[in-house]
Design a protein around this ligand. Structure first.
Ligand code: FAD
Ligand code: GLY
Length: 367
């Protein structure tokens, strides 16, 4: 039994739509992961998704699991990210066995090369020399003078992971309603009594807001979109890239199927859709500078997505102003990395377990 969706929260007024223990708003990877985790713990879960699950930022992402390569400063966010990275292997194994599908998890390591003209005067002795870097990854630009190597980091194929989560959710009888848009949340006597949607009213004991960059349209939260453009290249033969390269202004992520993802811009342009000539030009220029042998590769695909961003670039997790609403949003550049820890901490919170002390750094009212 999933306890406690506190009995005071159990809403039983019969209205059109369904009554569920837990209702998730938004079907990105953090929302799906939370749905699966709650269902695994015995909750009856419903997920409402405006378009199609995992087609927004969670589809656009590169899937890097890169807390240190991303340069997260020491503190609660890095702690959270490292905890999530540690959860990844077992979490993926569990989901793969539930779904029978491969999530493309690959702890291939991340190399962060630095060009000579950007080398700090003093850098830690743990940094690799140019020679050591060239040995680790032949073919890099001769301008690479040093760099960092993060062997414990890597990647997951976020599009495969989405399929795994959807199949696991199906196995666990999570009710997924796609094409259902939730309207701005309304407070009734300190709680949410029902969701108004384009498909009528829905009710649950507890609601989880996981609507990514659009969360601020549902509740007064300081979440804004940061657009990221990306592209994928196809090597004519098996790519010689052996790990993720996290460069300056660009990263390269080799997938096992031979694609190389090139990302990403970071633009404050609201929800303006589309790839732009200057965005793609800047990515290709930085990618070719770092790894010149990409020049002959075929461009397979261009895309973009909107990262859900908060003023301090850390997520908003746990408690909300409404007593039966839990927040799981604002994951910015690391929502794929943070999915397992988000799912775990949000399910713990809903179950009424003693709140994880780390969550206090991610409260909604810190701004
Ligand atoms: P989304 O995936 O955008 O999902 C939100 C969902 O909510 C959408 O499906 C939307 O339709 C739905 N929704 C919105 N409003 C409503 C409503 N009113 N009713 C119902 N449903 C609604 N992270 C990493 O960890 N590693 C990476 O390498 C990485 N690379 C990235 C590269 C790019 C180019 C981008 C854009 C992001 C990247 N990220 C990466 C960040 C990561 O993608 C996000 O942090 C994460 O996907 C956010 O997940 P989410 O579910 O909050 O948002
Ligand atoms: N984490 C990579 C990105 O957001 O572009």
């Amino acid at each position: 039994m999933f306890l406690p969706v506190k009995s005071a929260w159990a809403i039983v007024i019969p209205l059109a739509g369904s009554i569920a223990d837990v209702m998730i708003i938004g079907g990105g990877i953090p929302g799906l992961a939370t749905a699966v985790e709650c269902a695994l713990r015995g909750a009856q879960v419903t997920l409402l998704e405006r378009t199609q699950c995992a087609r927004a930022a969670s589809w656009a992402a590169a899937g890097m699991l890169a807390p240190q390569a991303e340069g997260l400063p020491p503190g609660p966010l890095l702690d959270l990210a490292l905890r999530s990275l540690n959860l990844y292997p077992l979490w993926v194994t569990k989901l793969e066995s539930l779904s029978g599908l491969d999530a493309g998890y690959w702890p291939c390591g991340i190399l962060a090369p630095v060009f000579a003209d950007h080398l700090p005067h003093q850098h830690p002795p743990s940094w690799l020399s140019a020679a050591a870097i060239q040995q680790l990854q032949p073919g890099l630009s001769p301008q690479v003078a040093a760099g960092q190597w993060f062997p414990a980091e890597g990647q997951v194929d976020n599009r495969l992971l989405s399929a795994v989560l959807l199949a696991a959710a199906q196995q666990l009888k999570v009710r997924i309603h796609e094409g259902v848009e939730v309207q701005p949340l309304r407070l009734e006597q300190g709680q949410i009594r029902r969701l108004q949607t384009t498909a009528g009213e829905f009710q649950a004991g507890c609601y989880v807001l996981a609507a990514g960059a659009w969360s601020g349209g549902l509740l007064d939260l300081p979440i804004t979109p940061r657009k990221g453009q990306m592209l994928a290249l196809q090597a004519p033969e098996a790519p010689a890239l052996r790990q993720v390269l996290f460069g300056e202004q660009v990263y390269l992520v080799p997938r096992r199927d031979g694609r190389i993802l090139v990302g990403a811009t970071n633009e404050a342009v609201g929800f303006t859709p589309g790839n732009t000539a200057s965005g793609i030009q800047s990515l290709l220029a930085a990618a070719l500078k770092l790894w010149p042998s990409l020049a002959e590769q075929t461009i397979l695909e261009l895309w973009w997505g909107f990262r859900p961003t908060t003023p301090d670039q850390a997520p908003i997790l746990g408690q909300s102003p409404y007593r039966n609403l839990v927040l799981a949003t604002g994951h910015y550049r690391n929502g794929i990395l943070l999915a397992p820890i988000t799912a775990q901490l949000i399910a713990d919170w809903i179950q009424g377990q003693t709140p994880e002390p780390l969550l206090s750094a991610f409260r909604w009212d810190r701004f």
